[in-house]
Design a protein around this ligand. Structure first.
Ligand SMILES: *Cc1c(COP(=O)(O)O)cnc(C)c1O
Length: 433
């Protein structure tokens, strides 16, 4: 399997797509052609790492990673991703809980897989000329997951940029508690400023070569593929139990998670509808409604990890489709205001005594808003992207109860922190590289 840029250009091996992050022409890497996967090939796959291995095999065929792929899957999918039944009337509602990893958000999956994949690629590189620098812009959760995944990994250092004051206190803790090969910079600006700085660094060939820059953002194909694997696992479980496809409602920011679900369905997994839940950053719902792609500055919301005004992975989704009508066949989208996020967190706690994070609340709200016929006609899974305890300062005052901290997160919160503040200027970033 080889990979091409969404903007054309020559195909490359997956090792190069992973280490390069974005293609030289600024496009995003996608498989040259999507494989077709026969569901029977999963018959012997019993657990999540096995299903992930079966799912990922064709994407890594012929690469240096195909041999170690089983080990990679065991290392990355080392925590459970349960599909928890929530309701049976008026229709089946389940929750896909993606938050049982070390930093309590779904980004642990992609970050861990990518870190292990890069480590192998670097170790196999005979021309190895010093450490690679993984440069990441984060709206909160990516940076923590990447820092945790790469911390003390040989051959790599990590520089994380996050918007100062725009991440939750516990997110900030996860970004700034590592040291060793991890540097975290609090940028005076928004997520989009952080992303702009990272893009500018990558666009500079001198910087890129001198620091051997690599990306670990959700644009990296090495993060998207393992994310598609958990949709494969969840939809297969549901299919084996019921003979019915599962439809997903995905909290969406940069569209990495939602797009991974589209890939899983495209290669043949039993997935029904895919609905993207956004916050007040409505670039995607507006595009689907009007046909006009109008990226814009992001606005801050309670679901801050989804504060993205220019969702990068839309380029991949549009690349799969001939026109906006075809995009509408793949996904629909609905925005959710902060006020509705708040009432949803409260209502869902009253209903089930369960606390959900603000991101997950967007998807739950979208589910509640579906026409009753649509809720009962299909089986639905709301995707829970982070643990509520990570957003305690938002969730606890709404509920008037404290949310128990999962042990992995508690361990991280024990670590001391250190942070550096910088202006949103490329020179300041360079000084820290
Ligand atoms: C990153 C993130 C999202 C958005 O995911 P994308 O892949 O950027 O669409 C949603 N919820 C949480 C908790 C996140 O960390």
């Amino acid at each position: 399997m080889r990979y091409i840029s969404t903007r054309g250009g020559p195909p490359v091996a997956i090792e190069q797509a992973i280490m390069g992050g974005t293609a030289n022409d600024g496009g995003l890497y996608v498989p040259e052609s999507l494989p077709a996967i026969n569901l029977r090939s999963f018959d012997q796959a019993t657990d999540l790492p096995d299903v992930a291995l079966k799912f990922l095999e064709p994407f890594f065929a012929g690469s240096s990673l195909s041999g170690p792929l089983a080990d990679l899957c065991r290392a990355a999918f080392s925590f459970p991703i349960p599909l928890r039944p929530l309701e049976t009337a008026p229709g089946t509602l389940k929750v896909l809980e993606l938050f049982h990893g070390p930093t309590a958000a779904f980004k642990d999956v992609g970050a861990r897989f990518l870190a292990h994949a890069m480590e192998r690629i670097i170790a196999a590189d005979r021309a190895n000329t010093g450490p690679v620098t993984v440069l990441v812009a984060t709206s909160g959760d990516t940076g923590g997951a990447v820092a945790a995944a790469y911390h003390r990994r040989p051959g790599t250092r990590v520089v994380v940029l996050f918007p100062d004051g725009r991440v939750s206190p516990r997110q900030q803790h996860q970004l700034t508690c590592w040291g060793d090969n991890v540097t975290s910079l609090a940028v005076r600006g928004e997520f989009d400023d952080c992303q702009r700085l990272v893009k500018a660094a990558f666009a500079d060939p001198v910087l890129r070569t001198r620091h051997r820059l690599c990306s670990a953002n959700s644009i990296n194909v090495g993060r998207l593929l393992p994310q598609a694997a958990y949709y494969a696992h969840a939809s297969l479980l549901h299919w084996q139990a019921t003979g019915r496809p599962l439809s997903f409602i995905v909290p969406t920011g940069n569209l990495g998670n939602g797009f991974a679900c589209v890939w899983a369905r495209r290669v043949g997994l039993p997935i029904g509808r895919i609905i993207l839940a956004t916050n007040a950053n409505t670039t995607i719902p507006d595009y689907l409604a009007t046909g006009q792609w109008l990226p814009r500055p992001s606005v801050p919301t309670l679901a801050s990890a989804m504060d993205v005004g220019e969702p990068s992975n839309m380029e991949r989704l549009r690349g799969l489709c001939v026109d906006v009508e075809a995009v509408r066949q793949e996904v629909s989208a609905m925005p959710v205001t902060d006020a509705l996020i708040r009432t949803t967190i409260i209502d869902e706690y009253r209903r089930h005594r369960l606390a959900w994070c603000p991101h997950t609340a967007t998807a739950l709200h979208v589910y509640r808003e579906l026409p009753a016929a649509e809720r009962s006609a299909r089986d639905w899974a709301v995707v829970a992207t982070a643990h509520a305890a990570k957003f305690d300062t938002i969730v606890e005052p709404l509920l008037g109860v404290s949310v128990a901290v999962p042990p992995e997160l508690a361990a991280i919160l024990q670590r001391p922190t250190q942070v550096e503040h910088v202006d949103a200027e490329l020179d300041e970033l360079i000084a820290h590289l």
